[in-house]
Design a protein around this ligand. Structure first.
Ligand code: URA
Length: 241
């Protein structure tokens, strides 16, 4: 059965920073199985012991999973000295759990970004071997032509000695020019470079889906919610690999 130091247990649950947690423990605000414990180094069993802070039971959850509707203008990073990052959109109690973005979207791209503290979950979504599909909606400056559908299907050359894997292109409208594109990889500026290869520039880009997980359209840019157990299990069960 997993055992943890009491201060780590509470810090991992996001209740406060490690040093604040130690202070709370030393002051007698924390109990283990109804007995006050003042040593932050006390080991507790995550699945058995009942830990309370100021009388409120704090259950242990190792992993957390969120979907964010990433807004334009924030960078996909965990921290930056001058620019706002996607993690700045999350409160401290979630950030303290050691969450990070799964993959990246460009600063000017919006839409679905997954945030977790589970490295294996992230690896399963990002590994090129898994080829997880990703769906984007693009607003273009011009119409690349019907033949771009076939070119995408065959794989377009996007520079740097690289030809993109076959991708699905579907036009939604021609005025303005809007398209859906589904890719199975995530090279730097991939979608923008693919459209450039067929003579169009991307004006706006939004990610709608990763694997079988769709962006919840009720989330406004900048808003997030936890993944449902069903959404998480779609990744864990490997249904889209
Ligand atoms: N392709 C791009 O060009 N940009 C993104 O942010 C994601 C995919």
């Amino acid at each position: 059965m997993p055992k943890l130091r009491l201060d780590k247990y509470l810090k991992d649950q996001g209740v406060a920073s490690r040093s604040e947690v130690r202070e709370l423990i030393r002051k007698g605000f924390v109990s283990v199985n109804n007995a006050v414990v003042k040593d932050p180094g006390t080991h507790v069993k995550t699945e058995e012991d009942i830990i309370s802070l100021k009388g409120v039971q704090i259950d242990y959850r190792e992993f957390v999973y969120y979907m964010l509707n990433k807004p334009k203008g924030v960078i996909t990073a965990t921290e930056d000295k001058s620019l706002k990052t996607v993690l700045d959109l999350f409160p401290d109690e979630i950030r303290r759990r050691g969450v990070f973005p799964v993959g990246r979207l460009d600063k000017d791209t919006e839409g679905l970004l997954l945030i977790t503290n589970n490295g294996i979950f992230a690896h399963n979504l990002l590994s090129p071997k898994k080829g997880v599909k990703k769906l984007y909606e693009a607003l273009l400056d011009s119409f690349p032509g019907e033949d771009a559908i076939e070119k995408f299907e065959k794989g377009v050359y996007i520079g740097d000695n690289y030809t993109a894997l076959p991708a699905k292109l579907q036009y939604i409208s021609t005025n303005p020019v809007k398209a859906l594109v589904e890719i199975h990889e995530g090279k730097f500026h991939q979608v923008k470079r693919m459209f450039r290869a067929v003579g169009a520039s991307v004006i706006e880009l939004k990610r709608l889906r990763i694997g079988d997980i769709w962006l919840d359209e009720s989330l406004k840019p900048g808003e997030f919610r936890e993944l449902t157990p069903e959404e998480i299990s779609r990744v864990s069960r490997g249904r889209f690999f």
